[in-house]
Write a protein of this length. Structure first.
Ligand code: LLP
Length: 431
């Protein structure tokens, strides 16, 4: 039976799984499935735990919007005082729409376009995390044209192995992210000479779903080395952005406690008095959310039992893309642990449309299953593949539930394609 320990907001009452005090069966009846459900309490706790761990220092928590950019969630986080780490104009627009403070926004990403830079400059964001020399010159030029001065950091690549999945390792020497460690001083010196940028900070982000403390410490030590060298060159650094990356428990991983993380970092920061910035995504929202799905059919092949459910890789792509494990739990509590094992798969026409492999489950058609730890990189990585509408999202708090995004309609899905061309007779008829 699935281990619910990492999900304190989940529990069975009257043999029915509840998130906070809300029955998932009831939510499925009200909103349909597949359905994303988030716990407000879990979100607030995760944010506050992070904040509290660093309360002895001037710290800004810039939630990584890519993990889950739902407007209502962003609005709640903004109200808790969060800043935001964005990687596109779309994310910036979302944050602003949700009431986020531009002066708490850092802009990361390797491919910022001129349009995005101009928009961010006009918005007066807090800092650009620059990822290449060409980007430095582009930002300087955009700022010059707008009569502004851009606040900048370089995202430095400390060449540290985060010991996580290769697709989400970002701080290795040959990664496309950040500027190489050995060129960082040179770049800061070049930036120092430019008229329309103002050096503010230094930044690094080494990867995601990291469960070992060592890579964070190693990265910090390398960055601190750079700060000292920059001081020798007369370049002052007023903030240190250590990125995101803290892992969560999906299966049985032992994760880094926030106290250990804070203790390890703070104890090494004696010579740095500036502001600290973090960019957590997964750690804030990952275990605050689940994907609720209904079994459509059971099917057997010689070696496998399949539970075909109504959620699919377009709703939650992590298992298909990274072979990621998400715990699957029966919404109706089974009397005894099932001795039947299922691959939980979706209706999408891809063999890789697998949500979970080989799970002991009590499952019959129409039964509900909860796919856990789906708050981060779930909905935000969703797609419309197979013309499937995106699943709605609901936020629960105590015994209340609030719809925070509607299920997409067929009209919404096709609207963009109703162009002038589509209203003409088919080409084959006129040529
Ligand atoms: N800052 C930067 C610059 C990032 O690139 C990321 C994540 C974060 C912060 C937040 O990292 P977190 O605290 O969430 O680990 N889709 C993958 C994860 C990709 C992470 C990309 N960057 C997954 O589903 O595992």
């Amino acid at each position: 039976m699935a281990n619910l320990t990492p999900f304190p907001e989940l529990s069975y009452h009257d043999n029915q799984l509840h998130l906070d005090e809300v029955s998932l069966t009831k939510l499925a009846e009200l909103y349909g499935t597949p359905l994303y459900v988030y716990s407000y309490s879990a979100l607030v706790k995760a944010y506050n735990d992070f904040k509290d761990a660093f309360k002895t220092r001037d710290t800004l928590i810039c939630y990584a919007v890519k993990a889950n950019g739902n407007l209502s969630l962003l609005r709640e986080l903004a109200n808790l005082g969060a800043g935001f780490d964005i990687v596109s104009m779309g994310e910036l627009q979302r944050v602003l729409q949700a009431g986020g403070d531009p002066q708490k926004i850092v802009f990361s990403g390797v491919g910022k376009s001129i349009e995005e830079i101009n928009y961010a400059l006009k918005t007066n964001i807090f800092c650009f995390n620059i990822e290449s020399e060409q980007e430095l010159y582009r930002i300087n030029e955009c700022a010059l044209n707008l009569g502004k001065k851009a606040s900048i950091s370089f995202r430095v690549n400390p060449d540290v192995d985060p010991m996580t999945h290769p697709y989400i390792s970002t701080g290795l020497k040959n990664s496309k992210f950040g500027v190489p460690f050995d060129t960082a001083i040179e770049l800061y010196r070049k930036a120092h000479l430019l008229s329309h940028v103002q050096i503010k900070g230094i930044d690094c982000h080494i990867g995601s779903q990291i469960t070992e403390l060592e890579p964070f410490i190693e990265a910090l030590e390398r960055i601190l080395e750079l700060i000292l060298k920059l001081n020798d060159h007369g370049i002052a650094i007023s903030h240190l952005d250590l990125g995101g990356g803290l892992g969560i428990t999906y299966k049985n991983e032992t994760i880094i406690s926030l106290n250990d993380y804070a203790q390890a970092l703070l104890s090494r920061l004696n010579n740095f008095n500036g502001q600290l910035i973090f960019e957590p995504g997964r750690r804030i929202i990952g275990n605050s959310g689940l994907l609720l799905t209904r079994v459509e059919y059971l099917k057997q092949s010689p070696d496998h039992n399949f539970a075909i459910v109504d959620a699919a890789m377009n709703d939650l792509v992590r298992p298909s893309l990274y072979d990621a494990w998400h715990e699957v739990v029966e919404v109706k509590k089974p009397a005894i642990e099932s001795n039947q094992f299922f691959d939980v798969v979706g209706p999408v026409c891809e063999t890789g449309d697998i949500l979970a492999s080989n799970r002991s489950l009590e499952a019959q058609p129409k039964d509900l299953l909860a796919i856990l730890s789906a708050g981060a990189y779930g909905s935000s990585m969703g797609s419309n593949y197979n013309a499937r509408p995106r699943a709605p999202e609901v936020l629960v708090f105590q015994d209340q539930h609030y719809l925070i995004s509607r299920r997409e309609s067929h009209e919404e899905l096709t609207q963009r394609e109703l162009t002038d061309f589509f209203n003409l007779p088919p080409l084959s008829k006129i040529i």
